[in-house]
Design a protein around this ligand. Structure first.
Ligand code: P6P
Length: 333
């Protein structure tokens, strides 16, 4: 049997994340490699979390810690492990001078005061799904610091506008583990091949459908949604759209990004400002969504135009196909 280049065993592996990052870096002659290294550090932590998530049931990593995080939400064992792993990867990588995390009240100083970047992260969003094997995800946002290099980072490094992000993305631990991120130009997806220990380019230059027929929201809250939101959801039902909501933002967002759809977390009686966090959930997903042709709004303005005032502030979030988001906004006027 002749082994040709097209033989299954001879097919190219594909473009690894490392090769892609290096290729992109050469497109920017002034790039000095720190952001590239930071992205590699995040990918490394993602590989480690992939391993922990996929053996959680085997080494008793499921379930709660019996404590609550700064959000008042029960902290899961994997939440804590993911937080430690990402913070350690970023500290050891040396490129991030400070981190904020959903799991920590205050700024985490890495000691790398010469680092150019700060990172806002939700280490493991949707972690209440861990025990029931539903997809969960990491969400990250990267800014260039505004304080002088060499000085102690400050709150101002994190309270920048959403359009100041230099990179943002997520890692979805689902039927496969996929890293999707942007550095401000296109949105690209890399699927993890655990046998190689490599993220391989699988979704180059993602362009999300301009319209869709999937809507994602917690129907159980519908009576506490504003009338405009209720009217929009009624219109979705009349058009016999598909309701898909898995209680894991990254999973719902990723499906809607690829297939077209809208995710809604409106204000509720319990969360008058919405439930989701601006700096490490809404901002990064909105930044990436816009690079893939989607829209993200808080109901009044683009998510990316919100001026942050505190590290853990919440926001309503409507994000997805532009035609669907604009249709929703027309009901809110
Ligand atoms: P609810 C998970 O806690 C999360 O932050 C998102 O991942 C998810 O979409 C949402 O909250 C689920 O919230 O109130 O519908 O259970």
């Amino acid at each position: 049997m002749e082994i040709t280049a097209s033989h299954p065993l001879a097919l190219p592996v594909g473009v690894t994340l490392d090769r892609y990052i290096m290729h992109r870096q050469t497109a920017f002659p002034y790039a000095t490699g720190e952001l590239s290294q930071l992205l590699r550090d995040i990918a490394l932590a993602g590989k480690i979390i992939h391993r922990e998530v996929n053996r959680a049931g085997l080494i008793d990593l499921t379930g709660g810690m019996g404590i609550q995080n700064v959000q008042g939400e029960s902290q899961q064992k994997l939440d804590m492990i993911a937080n430690i792993r990402f913070c350690r990867a970023l500290k050891n990588g040396g490129e991030a001078c400070a981190i904020i995390s959903e799991e920590d009240e205050d700024i985490i100083f890495t000691g790398n005061n010469n680092g150019k970047y700060v990172v806002a992260i939700d280490p493991l969003d949707g972690s209440s799904n861990i025990d029931v094997n539903v997809s969960i995800g990491t969400i990250f946002s990267i800014y260039r610091r505004v304080t002088p290099i060499g000085s102690q980072p400050a709150l101002s490094d994190f309270l920048q506008g959403g359009r100041q992000q230099v990179a943002a993305g997520y890692i979805l631990y689902g039927s496969s583990t996929i890293l999707v991120y942007t550095t401000g130009h296109s949105a690209n997806g890399f699927t993890y091949d655990a046998s190689l220990g490599e993220f391989i380019l699988s979704h180059p230059d993602i362009h999300s459908p301009v319209d869709g027929q999937i809507y994602s929201c917690n129907d159980g809250n519908i009576n506490s949604y504003d009338q405009g939101v209720q009217d929009y959801l009624t219109s979705c039902r009349k058009k016999q759209y598909t309701a898909r909501y898995i209680g894991s933002l990254v999973g719902d967002f990723h499906r809607n990004l690829l297939k077209g759809g809208i995710y809604l977390y409106p204000p509720t009686k319990k969360n008058r400002d919405g439930k989701l966090r601006l700096l490490y959930e809404a901002f990064p997903l909105a930044f990436l969504a816009e690079k893939a042709g989607c829209l993200a709004s808080d109901g009044q303005q683009s998510i990316l135009d919100i001026v942050p005032t505190s590290l853990h502030q919440r926001t309503p979030l409507y994000i997805g196909s532009p035609i669907m988001v604009n249709e929703l906004l027309s009901h809110l006027q």
